[in-house]
Structure formats: C-alpha cells, structure tokens
Design a protein around this ligand. Structure first.
Ligand SMILES: *[C@@H]1O[C@H](CO)[C@@H](O)[C@H](O)[C@H]1NC(C)=O
Ligand SMILES: *[C@@H]1O[C@H](CO)[C@@H](O)[C@H](O)[C@H]1NC(C)=O
Length: 512
C-alpha cells in the first residue's frame, strides 16, 4: 500500500549509460511532468533499477552494473583511483575488516577521497524536477562540478542553522525515562544528521510520508529535501546511488522499507560496498548504513518474513548490527553512522512500538555503543542463552520461567552479529558450561551454527551438555497463523532447550 503512494512523489531519474569512455553516451531522463510518457528504456530502468554509470566531464562514476560484462572493471576503477587528494582526506579507522597485509598496504598509501561530485549528481537527479532534458542536466552537473561548489560546502553553510533547529528537539528527550525503539532510532538519526552535514537519508517514503514505519518522522521538515530523499521504488537504483555517494565522502543512510527488498540491491551491498575497501587496498572507504525492519512480521507469508542476519554476516567487509532495546537502537545506530565501513542495520518491525527504560547517559547526544560488543542482559551461572533482536525478549522471558524452576540462566544480547563478540560468549560458556542459541532465521548455516562452532573451537572441554540451537523452522514462512507460530521460536522452546541442557526432565511438547 505504501508503495502506491510513491507514484505521487516528485522525482526525476536519469541514467547515462556508457559502455566505454570512447562511446557517445545516450542520455535518459524522466520528470514528473512526462512520467506517463516514459520511454520503454526508462520504464525498464525504473522497474529493474539498473542505474549504471553517470559521466561528468571530469570523472566516470560507477553506480552499479546490470551484469558483470556490462562494465569492464578497469573502466570505472581508473578514474576513481586517479582522483586527486583533497586537502583533508577522511580518516579510515583501523578495524577488523582488514587482514594484516592490507593494513600494511594502507599504511603505505594513505586513503584518497575523490571529490563528492557523484553526490552532486545524485542530488540533482533526485531532488528537483527542473531539469528537463538529459543534455541540459548533464550540463548542470558539469557546471556544478567545475564550479567547485560541492554538496559538502552547501551543507556546511547550512549547518549552523541545522544545529540551532536541532537544539530544542534534543533537549526534550532527557525529560523521559522510557523511550520506544521507534523514538530511539528517530532521535539517533536526527542527532547524527545534525552533528554531521555529510549524513543524509534516502529511501522509499522516508520524506513526505515520514517513513513507512515513521522512523524518519520530522526529518524532512528539519533537514529539507536535499538530505531526506524520497526515491522511486528502485532498491537497486537508490542503493547504488548511495554507495557511489559514500565512495565520495558522504555518509548515506539507506532505508529499506523492509529487508526483504534489500534482495533487489544485494549486489550493491556486497559487491559495491562490502568489497571496495579491500579491493582498493584501503583507498576507498564506504561509510554507509543500510537499515530497515528485518525478520518475521505477522501474517505476511514467505517472501515477507525472513531474517537476513546470517546472510549478511557471512560477508567480509560488512558489519551487521541487530538492536533489541531502545538503548541498543540509539547507541548502535549512532555507531553505525559514525563508522567508516558499510553497516547492515537490522531492525525489527514488531519492536518499534515497544518501550524500554533509558538512562540519562543513553539520551546524551554523544552516546554510542561499541560495534562488536555483546551485552549480558541478565547474569546467570547455569546455562548461557545467546539471542539477538526480538529474540532477546523471548530469552529474557524464558530466563524468568527457568528461574522459577531453580535454573539461573545468563542471557547474552549479541547486538553485533558481525563482528561477533566471541570473547563474551566464550567466557560465559566457560562459566555456565551450557549453551542454547536462539535466532529467528533458518537453522542451516545460521548464526547459531557459527556460535556453536566457535564455542567448540574455543571451549569444547568446558561443555557439560550438547549445544542446543533454537531457530526458525527449515521451511519458507507459512502463511497460516497456526503454522506460522510453529515456524518461529517461542518462549517455551527456549525453556525446554535450557532444561534439556541442564539435564532436567522435559515432557513431550503438547501437540499444536
Ligand atoms: C516484508 O515486506 C512486507 C511488506 O511487503 C512486510 O509486511 C514484512 O514485515 C516484511 N518482512 C521483512 C522481513 O522485512
Ligand atoms: C576463550 O577463553 C580462553 C580462556 O580465557 C582464552 O584463552 C581464549 O582466547 C578465549 N577465546 C576467545 C575467542 O575469546
């Protein structure tokens, strides 16, 4: 339904498809005014979102290729790598993503950021309906680039104003002790946009409609259409634009209406974002956040209820965060936006409306959480239960039930799936000697499988019982409500697994 609303959005999409620098570039453009008369090629581009290459007079910018054979890697790589160094190259933090050899390579060759002209192009392409013909639009992009007025300078000029506007909204939060996950995410976005003019938000319905789940409420009014960009239904298109903007020093936050739809754009997430730092020997930094609701919702069937944590977490170059509470949501989203690497930020639709107590420290605008660090939500000594996102709530409920039966469970909220906090899990299992992993996703090659292997590698001798793995059922999500309930982990499943691990007698499960 939300998707239908997109039809009224003002946007202009253009793509300059360029097979090689020698070939003249056919130019495509489309505005709201002529949207009914789109050429078949533009319609195809809009539908399948194959934004390819934008060429300006000075650079060829790679947005994303339809297939590998569309673009010779050398064609786009060269101009990017040859771009002149700006006065202040962005700092790329040392982090887990690089092996020692690459860190050395990077130490020899400091990171080089290219000028942010792609962002200028992206901004022009999305924010205004005034440029009618592709030729003219290219001209505008050229002038913009050669005139030296980058979006960073423009944003820099508006920063004092934005800061002033943000001040009253920021002070409201310290008055509350409870905060919903929705408000936590909204305030984190708001504060990071206010603190750093390079941060912008892009996605379907994030602006005029205030976000399909109202996470971006108020942000369009506050930061304007240059920094809160409504896009057409083109995941591969706007994700590619986002990755290109990140190559050039901006910090995009890309919202997927739900993570189902990130499948349309996974090529950009993996091939364009995750691998670029490594493949450019540390010259390219891709500070981008992909965020949106992930995991099973209620009654939406197989295509719509799917946890992608283990998919993205298996990919080097990405960080994968899974907030549970409002504290997690605020602290991890801020950390994700500040991070120099691509971060997949998996929220949960069913948690948005839940309230959690938050401390004054959490409400402070400087608050953030370390990436790669789990939180022990409840200490215990008899069995370790690991969980993330919504499943943390179930694990805590299970721990309450277990406590009544004399089992003191330790509940670990993983917070970060990649990097995984193996040390915390390891230490906990060495203390409790028992482990139950909980996740919503499929069992095979899941997060639980990784944790189990890690514990066996590090602390096999400490295990007093087989590891129990609770996960979603190994089937596409059923639509029927009774079957859906059986396909996602329930509190009783966790309780039973923990009791088995503690060698308590567990009666047979009642028939559904
Ligand atoms: C997938 O999309 C549907 C809407 O089409 C949404 O209701 C559902 O929650 C989504 N699921 C996930 C896992 O994002
Ligand atoms: C697990 O704990 C042991 C003992 O403290 C330690 O030697 C090992 O490095 C730990 N492993 C991880 C991954 O933290």
């Amino acid at each position: 339904m939300c998707k239908l609303l997109l039809s009224k959005l003002r946007f202009m999409v253009f793509a300059v498809y360029l097979m090689s620098p020698q070939m003249a570039a056919p130019t495509l453009s489309c505005t709201e005014e002529n949207s009914n008369k789109r050429s078949p090629v533009v319609k195809m581009l809009l539908r399948s979102s194959k934004m390819l290459i934008i060429k300006t007079h000075s650079d060829v910018f790679f947005l994303g290729a339809k297939t590998r054979s569309d673009v010779d890697p050398g064609t786009h790589a060269r101009p990017l790598l040859a771009a002149p160094a700006p006065p202040n190259p962005p700092v790329v933090s040392d982090s887990i993503r690089l092996g020692p050899s690459l860190s050395r390579a990077r130490a020899r060759r400091p990171p080089v950021a290219a000028p942010p002209s792609l962002a200028a192009a992206a901004r022009l392409s999305l924010s205004s309906g005034t440029y009618r013909s592709g030729q003219k639009m290219l001209g505008v992009v050229r002038r913009k680039v050669s005139g030296g007025s980058s979006p960073l300078t423009i944003l820099g000029q508006t920063l004092p104003f934005l800061r002033a506007a943000a001040a009253p909204l920021r002070s409201y939060s310290s008055a509350f002790k409870e905060m919903t996950v929705r408000d936590a995410l909204n305030s984190a976005l708001d504060e990071e946009m206010s603190a750093d003019p390079r941060v912008f938000l892009m996605g379907e319905e994030v602006g005029e409609y205030q976000g399909a789940y109202k996470i971006s409420k108020g942000l369009l009014d506050k930061y304007g259409p240059d920094r809160v960009l409504d896009t057409p239904i083109t995941e591969a298109g706007f994700t590619g634009i986002g990755v290109g903007a990140a190559y050039h020093g901006l910090k995009p936050v890309i919202e997927f209406m739900t993570f189902n739809f990130s499948m349309q754009a996974i090529d950009h997430i993996i091939n364009s974002a995750a691998k670029s730092n490594y493949m450019s020997a540390g010259q390219l930094s891709v500070p981008i956040v992909f965020r949106g609701p992930n995991g099973a919702a209620a009654g939406v069937g197989a295509q719509h209820s799917h946890c992608y944590a283990s998919w993205y977490a298996s990919c080097p170059g990405l960080k994968v965060l899974t907030p549970y509470s409002s504290e997690d949501a605020r602290g991890l989203l801020k950390a994700a936006i500040r991070d120099p690497d691509p971060v997949v930020f998996l929220e949960n639709e069913l948690l948005y409306g839940e309230s959690f107590p938050v401390s004054a420290e959490v409400l402070d605008s400087s608050f953030s959480l370390p990436i790669g660090k789990a939180k022990i939500e409840k200490e215990g000594k008899d069995v370790t239960i690991t969980a993330f996102s919504k499943m943390v709530g179930l694990a805590l409920k299970a721990a309450d039930i277990l406590a009544k039966e004399g089992i003191n469970a330790e509940v670990i909220n993983l917070r970060s799936i990649r990097p995984l906090d193996r040390a915390t899990i390891n230490a906990s299992v060495r203390k409790t000697n028992r482990l139950v992993t909980v996740e919503e996703g499929f069992p095979q090659h899941g997060v639980g499988a990784e944790i189990c292997t890690s514990v066996i590698e590090e602390s096999f001798g400490y295990l007093d019982a087989p590891v129990e793995r609770i996960s979603g059922a190994d089937v596409p999500m059923p639509y029927a409500a009774n079957l859906e309930r059986m396909a996602v982990p329930q509190v009783e499943d966790i309780v039973r697994a923990a009791k088995r691990a503690c060698y308590r007698s567990v009666p047979m499960a009642a028939a559904a």
